[in-house]
Design a protein around this ligand. Sequence first.
Ligand SMILES: Nc1ncnc2c1ncn2[C@@H]1O[C@H](COP(=O)(O)OP(=O)(O)OP(=O)(O)O)[C@@H](O)[C@H]1O
Ligand SMILES: [Mg+2]
Length: 143
Amino acid sequence: MTEVIESRSEKDTFALGQKLGGDCRPGDIVLLNGDLGVGKTVFTKGFGKGLGIEEPISSPTFTIMQIYESGRLPLYHFDVYRIADPEEMDEIGYEDYFFGEGVCLIEWASLIKELIPEHVICVTIEKELDKGFDYRTITIDRN
Ligand SMILES: Nc1ncnc2c1ncn2[C@@H]1O[C@H](COP(=O)(O)OP(=O)(O)OP(=O)(O)O)[C@@H](O)[C@H]1O
Ligand SMILES: [Mg+2]
């Protein structure tokens, strides 16, 4: 099932993230793809709010994964942009998180394609500059 949503502002993208965060269930894996500066972190902050997470969500710059436990479910926030080799995922024991009872949100998931399970929610954010600087299409694929 594919859904395409228009975002015209940072606020729209945050609100969509918040809705998905509110709807997600234990074991869900959300992949987040899109170019630099497109709004992945904005979406993630909204997602965290939807899960009821109180602490500020940042990008896990120096670690591949950050755990947030103050929400309705644990959030395992991965940013694999700087990963050089998918084996780094083994080193942090990613399977415990992917197949656990929390929710995984994985930024730049396309870089670790071979590790991604079959049933995931795939969110792709894209700019469409001819529709304005702040315009984004957000595609949600559930399989
Ligand atoms: N419709 C929109 N949705 C989301 N962000 C928007 C939108 N319009 C403009 N912006 C701006 O785009 C920027 C998105 O930044 P953000 O850090 O979320 O991107 P990112 O995808 O996480 O980048 P990176 O890959 O570098 O981590 C923000 O400055 C935000 O204000
Ligand atoms: Mg980011």
